[in-house]
Each structure stands twice: as C-alpha cells, then as structure tokens.
Design a protein around this ligand. Structure first.
Ligand SMILES: [Zn+2]
Length: 476
C-alpha cells in the first residue's frame, strides 16, 4: 500500500466549505456486513480550498441513518457513551461538570443529540438539571432512556419531533464526525435553539490521531468516521453557519487501553467547542482557531503513513504466519474487523467463525461467515483454532469472557503495541491446559459462560483470581 497523491472532483463536497476539488490521501477498503448500507471503499481526501480532511464517501445521509438505526454498536448496554466503563464514566462526569458550570438555571432545557445510552443526561440529572431530552436514531437507546425517566425520542437532527421543544443548550458530542450532511446539521441546530441558546460540539481531534498511530492502524479512520476535524476547521465550519466560538476545551479521552499502552504519553484526543448564535456574523473566532489550516493534512498524512507502516510490519510478523496457517475465529464484527478483513493477508485466511455480542450483527453474514453469539459460534471449532479478539474498546472484557467460556482455544488480542514494532505474539490458552484438567476435582461443576441477556443487565461475572501467565500457552 502506498499513499497516492492525486487530485479528483470529490463525490461528496467538502463538509466545511462545500467545494469539491480534493487531493486523495489514501483509499480505505472495508469488508461490509451483509445488507449494510455503507460503501466498501472510500477515498480519504483533503479539500484543496480549505484543507479539511474527510471521507469522500458515495453513501448518502439516508444510508448512514439506516446504518445507525440498525447496525451500530452504540445501543449495547456497555456501549460507548453508556458510562458503564470506567474511562467512559470519568469522561462523562467531567463533561457534565464542565457543562453544569456553564448552564445557568437548573430548569434550562438541555437536549442531547445522539445521546446513545444517555450517560451524559443521567449525569446532568444527578446534578439537579430537570429539563432534559435525548434524541437518538436507535429505538433501543430511546427505550432505555425512557426507562430511566428521561424524555427521549428516536430521530435525527433535521427530523425532530415537535414535543422535543427548543433547547437552552444543545449537546452534539461525538456525532459530527459521523454526519454526511454537516451543513444541514448546523442549520438544523439554529431551529432547535432558544434565542439565547448555546451549542456544545465535541469531536475527536484529528490533529492528535498521529499521537496514537502506534496502537492500532487506522483506528480513527473507519466507515463511521467520515469527517476529520481539527480546531481551525471545526471553528471555520461553525463560523460559516452563524455561530460564534465562546469557549474551547481539549480533552484526553483516549480509551483506557490506549492510555495504558501509551504509558501516559497522553495527548489531546477530543476537542470541545461551546458556541453562541451569531447569525449576523459579528463575532470573530479566537486567534487559535484561525492558525495553520494546512496542519491538518500534515497530521493526517503522518497518521496514514504510520498506520501503513504498522500494517506492513504486521504482514511480515509472526501474526501473519499464525493467521495463514491456522483456523481463525474472530471475536468482534465491528469497524476494526471490517477494516482488517479488507487488508491483504487477511483476505486469504481460513476464518471458521465470527462472533459478536451485538444482536444487530448476529445472523448477518461477514466475509462468508454468519455472525453468531460467542456461546454458539465458539463451540465445536477445529483443533488449533486461534481466537482473535478484534474489538478494540472491549478487548479486556472479551478476554475475561473468553476465560469463562470453557473453551479449548488459544487467543490473541489484536491491539498491537505502542511503538509500531510487531508485538511478540501474545497468546493465552484458556482451560485447555491439560494440567488444569488433570487437577480439576471431578465433583466440581463445569464453569459456565456468563450469560448476557439482552434486557440490558449484565449478570455479575464471578471474580477470577489473577494467575501467572500460562507457560504452555505463551508459546504455540
Ligand atoms: Zn473545504
């Protein structure tokens, strides 16, 4: 793979300035789920007029809406934005404190667009805010919010129910990077605001992707992330659509695995911006918002090169030998899996099972496999099957779940390493260790897989005592 530098007339106009002449930075390909409305390939381009970097996707807003209503992972009870994971919870509490300090009255109307599990709204409710509303494309998310007695509606910005009312604060957090029709979204925001209403937008900071390039190739460039904002471009977008920048906040929200891997290297991974309405365009953006519009392309180009280098290193590593010579079961059918299955080296592998906890994915076909729940899909696999945990955000949870399944399987976590060098192949062998079998008292009941019913409650998983790495399992 190499980085092509060719110009094109983009299929999709620039989400910031609306022009359509662009430079191709790279082309991404994906294995897609059966019946998925998303395209299997798109160019990552840089707008020649303003320097914004985005996916030149042939998909329409309607295609993406359909994807989020029926294919996305945000409705899982431990999904992103649910606040159930420690790092996610900390991030939500911090956001709630920051916003609470900027909202006057406790009865101010706060509308969260793309609220997912409603973690932020619940945190604001705990701080005494009483007029809350959530909007999300997922019916399941909306039901869960209603169950928590927070008014919620299924919908998209631009298609909102009248009962939702107008907001004194509209929050649109980690949504804008997913939207095809960015201009339409910004215009729709005005209609949703009271005259003094404010908007809080938060997005991943694309200028910081390259700080995390070593953790997982192309982690931030996938089918769902189609707009790659840095501060100058986000501010420019808002200014062009009648908003004034009132305050800027940078956050370190990298998921906990990245932070662990990076050994606290840190960096700013998210960008928050508080906006006031400025339809006459009287306000000028703070100077920090105007500097270096060419920086984004440089940062993303570095990120793409680092990711490509890591992919090439993987292709040459022990991982590549392992996946070519063994039956593979993949745990995780999300964006990461859809990306890796389209990379050379993976296409020719012998994938015998793909499992996922997301009921939206189960039963659908990916790379010729029907996605099944783990309890079903990981049974009766060929000897020597290698389970690859390919679900970046949930890797640790899956690792412990795999340990609970009485599976005679080797597993590796596809998470790579912080330094861009192929990692030593870490494998864990769970329960297949013959010594453990021999010493297991015959009266002991079999260990059972934790059952995760889809009613939203995770049954307590018994605590496992830490045990030293299994020597037999560390070497294949
Ligand atoms: Zn542009």
């Amino acid at each position: 793979m190499h980085t092509a530098h060719t110009e094109k007339t983009a299929l999709r106009p620039c989400p910031v300035c609306g022009k359509n002449q662009a430079e191709i930075l790279t082309t991404m390909r994906y294995a897609v789920l059966e019946r998925s409305p998303l395209p299997a390939a798109s160019d990552i381009v840089c707008c020649l007029a303003c320097g914004m970097v985005y996916a030149d996707t042939p998909g329409t807003q309607a295609d993406y809406d359909r994807h989020y209503a029926g294919f996305a992972a945000y409705e899982q009870t431990n999904g992103i934005g649910s606040g159930t994971d420690e790092n996610d919870a900390r991030r939500i509490e911090e956001s709630a404190d920051w916003l609470a300090a900027r909202i006057g009255a406790k009865n101010a109307r706060i509308i969260d667009i793309g609220c997912a599990q409603g973690g932020l709204l619940k945190a604001l409710s705990r701080r005494g805010f009483s007029s809350l509303a959530g909007i999300d494309p997922s019916a399941r998310c909306v039901e869960r919010l209603k169950a928590a007695e927070i008014p919620a509606w299924q919908g998209y910005l631009g298609h909102l129910p009248a009962e939702c009312g107008k907001g004194d604060l509209v929050v649109i957090s980690h949504v804008l990077e997913h939207v095809v029709d960015v201009a339409g979204t910004l215009s729709a925001l005005h209609k949703l605001l009271t005259p003094e209403g404010k908007v809080y937008i938060e997005v991943p900071d694309a200028a910081g992707y390259h700080n995390m390039a070593g953790t997982l190739p192309f982690q931030f460039i996938h089918q769902e992330h189609i707009n790659h904002f840095d501060l100058p471009h986000l501010a420019m977008l808002c200014t062009l659509h009648g908003f004034g920048v009132s305050e800027i906040v940078r956050k370190s929200i990298g998921d906990r695995h990245d932070i662990d891997l990076d050994g606290g290297r840190g960096g700013d991974f998210a960008l928050g911006i508080l906006l006031i309405q400025d339809k006459q365009n009287k306000l000028s953006a703070p100077s920090t918002c105007r500097e270096d519009r060419a920086g984004l392309k440089r940062h993303i180009a570095t990120y793409i090169l680092e990711s490509q280098r890591l992919l090439a290193a993987q292709a040459a590593s022990s991982l590549s030998i392992e996946i070519k010579n063994r039956p593979i079961a993949l745990w995780g059918a999300g964006m990461q899996t859809q990306r890796i299955l389209a990379t050379p080296g993976w296409k020719e592998t012998n994938i015998v099972a793909i499992v996922d906890r997301d009921p939206n994915k189960q039963g659908k076909s990916l790379a010729g496999c029907i996605i099944e729940p783990p309890e079903k899909g990981l049974r009766h696999l060929p000897d020597n099957t290698l389970v690859i945990i390919s679900a970046h955000h949930y890797a640790e949870e899956i690792k412990s779940e795999l340990a609970m399944l009485d599976a005679d399987l080797f597993a590796i976590i596809l998470k790579d390493n912080p330094h861009g060098i192929p990692p030593p192949l870490k494998t864990y062998r769970y329960h297949g260790n013959p010594r453990r079998r021999i010493h297991r008292p015959p009266s002991r009941p079999p260990r059972r897989a934790p059952y995760l019913p889809h009613d939203g409650r995770r049954r307590d998983v018994p605590e496992r005592r830490a045990r030293p790495p299994n020597r037999a399992g560390n070497h294949l």
